[in-house]
Design a protein around this ligand. Structure first.
Ligand code: TXA
Ligand code: MG
Length: 350
C-alpha cells in the first residue's frame, strides 16, 4: 500500500491543450509507471490506473478496499482505443456511442482479451466509456493508455464529487489527486449491457432511460434493480453502497408523516438528520441537522448534490437520517437507485 502523503494538484479544466499541461504530464508519468491517480470526470471522481497492467489494477482494488469480483470501467479518449479491446460493436451500441460519447454512458461489450483480466474480473465482457471531461480526456491522451477507473471513494461510501471527498477517503493510500473542481452530473454513468444485441440498463445514471430510448427504441432494465432477491447482472450492484455512517431511512409520504418520523426519532433520544429539498427547507426544526439537497423542480440539482449531502451527515455524527424520496423518471431513477442502496432498502410508506 502507498503510505506517504497524497499529493493534490489543481488543474484549470478550461485551458487550451491540456494534454501538454505540466501537471497532466506529471500525472500521466505516474500512470505509465503503474501507479494510480484520482481524476475528475463529468460524473464523479475516478481512481485511474493502466487497464493493461495487473499490478496497477491490484493497486486500485487495494486502495479502495474493493471486492475483487467487481469489475472496473475502462475509460477511453477515442474510438481507436476501443477497437483494440472489444470484439465487435453491435449496431445499437454504435448508435449509443454516437449519441452519448463523450458522456455519462458506460457500454458493456464482449472484450478481445487484451486487457488485464483483473479489470473485467474474469468476465467475457468489458464496461467502457468515454468521459466528457477535459481533464479525464487529457490524462488518457497524455498517457496513451486506457484507464481502468472505479469511483475514487472507499468501497461502500458515497462516490466523491470533489477532490476533498477523495482526499478524505484515500489520503495516504494513493500518490496523487488531480483537483479539477466539483463534478457536474453528480451520480455515476448509466451502465448498459449491449453484449447480447439488446440494450439492458444494469445501473441507472447520468443518461436517462428516456434519452436512450430516443436513440435505440425499446430499452429494458435489469429486474434486479427493483427486486432485492434477484442477483444483479452488474456485479457491483449487489453490494451495499453509497452509504453514510448513520442508517438512512427513506420517507415516502407527506410533510406531516415526515414530521412524525422525525419527532419519534427525537423522542427516542436519537440525534436525527434530515435530507430535504429547498421546498422543505426549515420545516423540520426539531431535527439536529438539516441538509438541503437541491430543488425538487430540477432533479439534476439533487443528483449533483446527493453524495456531498450524504457525506455531510458523517461530520455531525447523527444517529439516523430521514430523506425525502423522488419520482423514478429521468434522472430521478438514478437518484432513487442510489438512495435505496444507501438505505439498504429501508423505506417507510405513509
Ligand atoms: O461515472 C462512472 O461510471 C464512474 C466514473 C469514475 O467513470 N465510475 C464508476 O465506476 O462508477 P464503479 O467501479 O464505481 O462502477 C462500475 C460499475 C459496477 O457496478 C460494475 O459492477 C459495473 O460497472 N461493471 C463493470 N464491468 C462490468 C461488466 N463487464 N458487466 C457488467 N457490469 C460491469
Ligand atoms: Mg463506485
Amino acid at each position: 500500500m502507498h503510505d506517504n502523503k497524497t499529493e493534490v494538484i489543481s488543474v484549470e479544466k478550461d485551458v487550451e491543450n491540456l494534454s501538454k499541461n505540466d501537471e497532466i504530464e506529471h500525472a500521466a508519468k505516474r500512470i505509465i509507471a503503474g501507479e494510480v491517480v484520482a481524476f475528475p470526470t463529468e460524473t464523479v471522481y475516478g481512481l485511474g490506473g493502466n487497464a493493461l497492467s495487473d499490478k496497477a489494477i491490484e493497486r486500485i482494488y487495494e486502495a479502495k478496499g474493493r471486492p475483487s469480483d467487481n469489475p472496473l470501467i475502462v475509460h477511453i479518449a477515442n474510438m481507436e482505443q476501443l477497437s483494440k479491446y472489444v470484439e465487435k460493436i453491435p449496431s445499437p451500441a454504435q448508435k449509443l456511442m454516437e449519441a452519448f460519447w463523450p458522456g455519462p454512458l458506460t457500454i458493456v461489450l464482449e472484450h478481445s482479451g487484451n486487457l488485464s483480466p483483473r479489470v473485467t474480473a474474469n468476465l467475457s465482457t468489458v464496461a467502457v466509456r468515454m468521459p466528457d471531461h477535459p481533464i479525464a480526456l487529457a490524462l488518457i491522451k497524455a498517457s496513451d493508455i486506457p484507464l481502468a477507473a472505479p469511483s475514487a471513494n472507499t468501497s461502500g461510501k458515497p462516490s466523491p464529487t470533489t477532490a476533498d471527498h477523495v482526499y478524505h477517503d484515500l489520503n495516504g493510500r494513493i500518490p496523487l489527486i488531480i483537483d479539477g473542481g466539483p463534478t457536474g452530473v453528480g451520480v455515476e454513468s448509466t451502465v448498459v449491457d449491449c453484449s447480447t444485441g439488446e440494450v439492458i440498463i444494469l445501473r441507472p445514471g447520468g443518461v436517462t432511460k428516456e434519452q436512450l430510448e430516443e436513440v435505440v427504441g425499446q430499452v429494458s432494465e435489469d429486474p434486479a434493480l427493483y427486486e432485492k432477491d434477484l442477483t444483479p447482472k452488474s456485479p457491483g450492484m449487489k453490494y451495499t453502497h453509497y452509504a453514510p455512517s448513520a442508517p438512512l431511512v427513506l420517507v415516502d409520504g407527506g410533510v406531516d408523516f415526515f414530521h412524525r418520523q422525525v419527532e419519534e426519532g427525537v423522542a427516542a433520544g436519537k440525534k436525527v438528520g434530515v435530507m430535504v429539498t429547498e421546498d422543505n427547507r426549515g420545516l423540520f426544526l426539531e431535527a439536529h441537522q438539516e441538509v438541503v439537497c437541491g430543488k425538487r423542480t430540477d432533479l439534476s440539482t439533487v443528483a449533483q448534490r446527493l453524495y456531498e449531502s450524504l457525506r455531510a451527515f458523517d461530520k455531525n455524527n447523527v444517529d439516523i437520517i430521514y430523506s425525502e424520496v423522488f419520482p423514478e423518471t429521468a434522472i430521478g431513477s438514478a437518484i432513487m437507485n442510489r438512495l435505496r442502496k444507501a438505505a439498504g432498502g429501508q423505506v417507510i410508506k405513509e
